[in-house]
Design a protein around this ligand. Structure first.
Ligand code: ACO
Length: 362
């Protein structure tokens, strides 16, 4: 008898040592370290190393400017295509043909270069590139990223982006990470794996949600009526972006740390976001008493990124920059496993039959 699990819910596909969201406890640990103990203590470059190597340091190498010109006007689409182009441009080998050290080196190079791409694209074509000697003065990967984008960034914005990158760096076997593991399992190159992850991340039920969150917050800011707004969305049968999660039946720990970051930094939309969150949680609880629907990472990410003056159209690309860490760790873990991912499907089509039994045969 087949054991059919819609959406693979509850199916354990791999053993992993990287991270496991704590469903009931509402916490998230990277290789056993609570994200609460990472933000503000270590840099994102070191979090990349913790996830990929299992220890802090040597971290990510300083990124050079992105080498290949790609401009469609949509930064998420551009970074996805540009990352894939790094393989032929740099002559990256397919993972089947290289060892783990080489794979790790390729992943680090692709990761930091993806960040360079996003920072350069965010700066826009109209502004001259920031001189490399100024970027080289940065102490951390995130400061470097912000300098490449803004020249001389506000240190509070660097802090906000650093907290965001660390909290969004890894989250177990989510859709985009699963995608990167599937591509890695075929023996493809590091750039192909990460580029595939970016595509999976872009959908609104995954990494595409936070820009929609900001639009919700702006709508409540205009109307001043959080309860009316929430009721309107749910009455129309739509989903409130930034609420609900496939894994957590407790508060999403990333929402908790980013709410605190937003408050500490004095994010301008903190109060309106809090009013919207309160109204949404009350209404969701009333309408879906059997399902724990709480705030997820995307909701407070939007507030923190808005504080750092990141425009909404860049939110998914910012998520990409953070998640290169978790993807890299999983790609390497998959490389060590060396087995192709090839699940089965439960067949529910017609019984065996002759062609003349098929509609349209004459
Ligand atoms: N607003 C309103 N209702 C919701 C929401 C929401 N945000 N989330 C779930 N529900 C409802 C569903 O309509 C469903 O109701 P039903 O049983 O009457 O059909 C019930 O709650 C259960 O929802 P599921 O679809 O089973 O939840 P699932 O685990 O499949 O989906 C998901 C999780 C995709 C995150 C969902 O909660 C959602 O769409 N949220 C909004 C989008 C969002 O915030 N995405 C970012 C997720 S975090 C991340 O990817 C990093």
């Amino acid at each position: 008898m087949s054991d059919f699990k819609p959406g693979l819910e509850g199916v354990i596909a791999f053993e992993t040592e990287i991270a496991e969201p704590d469903k009931a406890g509402g916490s998230l640990r990277y290789r056993g370290v609570d994200i609460e103990d990472l933000i503000g203590q270590v840099s994102f470059g070191n979090v990349w190393a913790l996830l990929v190597d299992g220890r802090f340091g040597p971290g990510l190498p300083p990124a050079e400017p992105f080498p290949v010109p790609v401009h469609s006007g949509d930064i998420r689409v551009d970074v996805q295509s540009a990352v894939a182009m790094l393989a032929p441009y740099w002559g990256l080998d397919q993972m089947l043909d290289i060892d783990e050290d080489q794979t790790r080196a390729d992943l680090a190079r692709v990761s930091v270069t993806a960040l360079s791409f996003v920072a350069q694209a965010a700066r826009g074509l109209g502004l001259p590139a920031v001189p490399q000697k100024d970027i080289d003065k940065a102490q951390t990967i995130v400061e470097r990223f912000m300098k490449r984008w803004r020249g001389e960034p506000d240190p509070r914005h660097v802090k906000a982006v650093d907290a965001y990158f660390i909290s969004a760096a890894e989250h177990g076997l989510n859709a985009s990470t699963f995608t990167t593991r599937i591509v890695a399992s075929t023996g493809a190159d590091a750039a192909a794996c990460i580029s595939a992850g970016i595509g999976a991340l872009s959908g609104p039920l995954h990494g595409g949600a936070p820009s929609r969150v900001l639009h919700m917050i702006e709508a409540v800011e205009r109307s001043g009526d959080a309860e009316g707004y929430v009721k309107g969305v749910l009455d129309r049968g739509e989903r409130l972006m930034g609420f609900g999660h496939r894994v957590y039946r407790a508060e999403d720990p990333r929402a908790r740390v980013l709410r605190r970051t937003a408050k500490e930094l004095g994010a301008p939309r903190f109060e309106v976001a809090e009013a919207l969150e309160k109204a949404a949680l009350a209404e969701l609880q009333a309408r879906k008493p059997d399902r724990v629907l709480m705030t997820n990472v995307e909701f407070w990410s939007a507030v923190v990124l808005d504080f750092a003056e990141v425009p909404a159209h860049m939110f998914t690309s910012m998520f990409t920059c953070a998640r290169v860490a978790g993807w890299s760790a999983h790609i390497l873990e998959q490389k060590k496993l060396g087995r192709i991912v090839r699940p089965s499907a439960l067949y529910v089509g017609p019984d065996t039959r002759k062609p003349q039994d098929v509609e349209g045969w004459d």
